[in-house]
Design a protein around this ligand. Structure first.
Ligand SMILES: O=C(O)c1cc(=O)[nH]c(=O)n1[C@@H]1O[C@H](COP(=O)(O)O)[C@@H](O)[C@H]1O
Length: 296
């Protein structure tokens, strides 16, 4: 992590990156062995996962502002997998990308502090290589505060789960409270409260919110409740979310959200193709075009 990263607010860095690349989009790095191109077939599984992830970064770096490595896809291979996750995240930052570590951690406060040290800050500031981390709010805000303090001290960002893209989230996050709010709206209010102390010059907080592209009916109310949160919007493409569905996640000036897609971009090739990175590049450009169109 450079000195300038520490002093430069994460939300401002993300907004600048989106502006300079021409659209607020993110490519999720979710490498899965049986979906990799045939040309990587001769390698050991974890070596294939690393090569694939690094080639995806190379294929998209010129076109998109951000990537989101999904830690589960690496951690399932144990310590070697974790080391690959670190190298992939670092390669993303070295390619000039804003790297969102997708780890969805959250625990009682004391344990969250350990997660924050390891995944967000890095022991001895060795840095795990990410600019922001996804965190799980559903243990309550005291589970998020240690991440928030660590992020504020190191110029990093967070995206807190508010309204997730999966169907099962409806039965919990959609429940109505006595005061008429949904559970997701109550969580949104708490995220907005916690985040309001750490704003960048863009007016956005280092604490952003995850709002699924598959829940367009909730986006209007959540956008109003969290005016200072950048929304990280998964569920686009493979899970059915469309460009129209994510429109309400943005503010009228076109800021306030970043749309992320994994499978629809990184597996956009025919496995037999040796020039598969070209198809990944093309899919990233297409994602960018779709989002730029709704914002124009
Ligand atoms: O935090 C996330 O990124 C996330 C939150 C959520 O509500 N839904 C969701 O799909 N995700 C992640 O976003 C990625 C979606 O992948 P695709 O469906 O292939 O685009 C996966 O890595 C998920 O773990």
């Amino acid at each position: 992590m450079t000195e300038s990263d520490k002093t430069h607010h994460a939300a401002d860095r993300l907004i600048e990156a989106c502006r300079s690349k021409g659209a607020p989009v993110c490519v999720g790095i979710d490498p899965v062995l049986n979906k990799l191109p045939d040309s990587l077939g001769g390698l050991e599984p974890i070596a294939a996962i690393e090569k694939f992830s690094l080639e995806v970064i190379e294929a998209v770096a010129e076109h998109v502002p951000a990537i989101k490595p999904q830690i589960a896809c690496f951690e399932r291979y144990g310590s070697e997998g974790y080391a690959v996750y670190e190298r992939v995240a670092t390669a993303g930052r070295e390619a000039g990308l804003f790297v969102i570590g997708d780890a969805k951690r959250g625990d009682i406060g004391t344990s969250s502090a350990h997660y924050a040290s390891g995944l967000l800050v890095g022991e001895e500031d060795s840095a795990v290589g990410c600019d922001a981390l996804t965190v799980n709010t559903y243990l309550g805000m005291d589970g998020i505060e240690p991440f928030f303090k660590a992020a504020a001290a190191t110029g990093k960002g967070l995206f807190a789960l508010v309204r997730t893209s999966n169907p099962g989230g409806d039965k919990l996050q959609g429940l109505r409270l006595e005061d008429g709010r949904s559970v997701a709206e109550a969580v949104a209010d708490q995220v907005a409260d916690l985040g309001c102390g750490e704003l960048g010059s863009s007016g956005y907080s280092l604490l952003g919110a995850v709002v699924g592209a598959t829940k367009p009916e909730d986006a209007v109310s959540l956008r109003q409740r969290m005016p200072q949160q950048i929304f990280l919007v998964p569920g686009f493409g493979a899970q059915g979310g469309s460009a129209d569905d994510v429109r309400a996640c943005f503010k009228p000036d076109g800021t306030g959200a970043i749309i992320t897609a994994s499978r629809s971009v990184i597996y956009a090739y025919n496995p037999a193709d040796t020039d598969w990175p070209d198809a990944v590049t093309q899919a990233a450009i297409d994602l960018k075009r779709q989002i730029a169109e709704i914002l124009s």
